[in-house]
Ligand binder design. Structure first.
Ligand code: SF4
Length: 429
């Protein structure tokens, strides 16, 4: 979502005359768009500002803006701790960035803009066209979260759930496709909670996007198991452009831990959702997120996670050791022994990596459908992704980005597939 927001921040600042530059020393404005999910996010911001400060030591100070969730969570403290920061802007107020910059240039007063103004944000963003021109483009449809998992900062930094108007999203999708997008990834912190006016759900969006002529692939992320409703599951049967790959975080395989996390689902419920998905589309594959060493996790709880992982056989998953986020209920709980958690993480990651490698091995000597995203710099090689998001690097001197190609896979490693371009799928058909 930060990538989407960063692009939109660029659209807004270019409307008042700013351009992107690779020459950092020549920049007169830095926008650090931050994420608060990862560990040590705040410290990373201060380090980055330190680097900017150093390179401008002997020249005119640039305007320094911190936006995103770290700005939201630590607004006042940031301005007090680091005088080099001129402005902090929360993720629900960045639509005002143009006016704020112009105001700052007039008055030179520090600005703290961290209101939750999400409705106006999307109204304002609609007035400025989305300039993203990537083959695979992001489109935010929903923001915020009402689930309040005990480890997560999102409900505090992005605010309550908000769904953008249906037609606004469809217009933006058409705009992206006419800019060259061939894949759209619908985004939301809790994307499958999308519900506009109790009439339009995520399934309505997918079914409408499925009819856009030049759009080839649809994905969405990130979902909560509780919001995997039947109408959404049915899209995996009916909508050919919806890729058979779903990122569905479970976090733990232990019901005790899921309850302590306030996840609002148990492992049985999760497995029922997976079964339903496989029933409507046997090709579907699932990836997930796991938190290891959550406060209260015993060896038995961890073994339940391992058992679930082996049963479901996840691909491309993410796993981390629990780390507290200030202000969340889990932040005050007693931490588990770090060495034990590290061992558990290692064990889990070995299993997940093995699944990934075994999964990639199945493609060997097979033709695989790849959406070509870009040409690699200074090489006659291209980059694309399979239906399951696996990166594919292949050789050819004769293909176009945005094309759906058949690529014969000749080798693989844990994360990537390598191959040779065979045909343009559409022409072959
Ligand atoms: S559902 Fe996701 S975004 Fe919402 S609180 Fe839980 S982890 Fe955070």
């Amino acid at each position: 979502m930060n990538e989407y927001d960063s692009n939109r921040i660029y659209d807004l600042t270019s409307a008042i005359g700013f351009n992107k530059t690779d020459k950092k020393k020549e920049a007169d404005c830095f926008v650090l768009n931050t994420c608060h999910i990862r560990e040590k996010a705040t410290e990373k911001v201060y380090h980055e500002i330190g680097r900017v400060k150093k390179s401008f030591r002997n020249s005119k100070k640039p305007l320094v803006i911190v936006s995103g969730c770290v700005a939201q969570a630590e607004a006042e403290e940031m301005i007090e701790r680091e005088p080099y920061i001129d402005m902090v802007i929360g993720p629900q107020s960045y639509h005002k960035i143009g006016d704020l910059i112009l105001g700052y240039q007039r008055k030179k007063e520090k600005i703290n803009e961290t209101e939750f103004d999400v409705v106006r944000k999307f109204d304002e963003l609609q007035k400025i066209s989305n300039s993203q021109n990537k083959i695979s483009s992001y489109l935010t449809i929903q923001e915020g979260c009402d689930k309040f998992c005990h480890f997560c900062v999102v409900p505090y930094t992005r605010g309550p759930e908000y769904s953008r108007p249906f037609t606004q999203i469809i217009d933006e999708a058409h705009n992206l496709v006419s800019n060259g997008a061939r894949e759209i990834i619908l985004l939301g912190q809790n994307v499958n909670a999308y519900n506009y006016n109790k009439k339009y759900r995520l399934s309505s969006l997918i079914r409408t996007l499925n009819n856009i002529k030049n759009l080839k692939r649809i994905r969405f992320t990130t979902s909560h198991p509780k919001d995997m409703t039947e109408d959404l599951i049915d899209c995996y049967r009916d909508c050919k452009k919806l890729m058979p790959f779903l990122h569905l975080p479970i976090q733990s395989g232990s019901n005790k831990i899921l309850k302590l996390m306030n996840r609002k689902h148990d492992r049985e419920y999760y497995m029922t959702v997976v079964e339903k998905l496989k029933k409507v589309n046997k090709d579907i594959k699932i990836s997930s997120d796991f938190i290891v060493g959550y406060p209260g996790e015993t060896e038995q709880d961890f073994e339940e996670t391992i058992e679930l992982v082996e049963k479901i056989g996840f691909v491309n998953s993410y796993s981390f050791i629990f780390s507290p986020r200030p202000g969340t209920p889990a932040a005050v709980k007693k931490l588990n022994n770090l060495a034990k958690s590290e061992n558990r993480l290692k064990k889990l990651q070995n299993i997940l990596e093995n699944f990934q490698r075994e999964n990639n091995k199945k493609y060997l000597q097979q033709n695989c459908e790849v959406l070509i995203e870009n040409k690699l710099d200074n090489q006659e090689k291209y980059f694309g992704r399979t239906k399951y998001m696996t990166p594919v690097i292949f050789e050819t001197d004769n293909c176009k980005t945005g094309e759906l190609a058949n690529v014969k896979i000749t080798s693989f490693n844990q994360k990537n597939l390598f191959g040779i371009y065979k045909t343009n799928k559409a022409k072959a058909a």
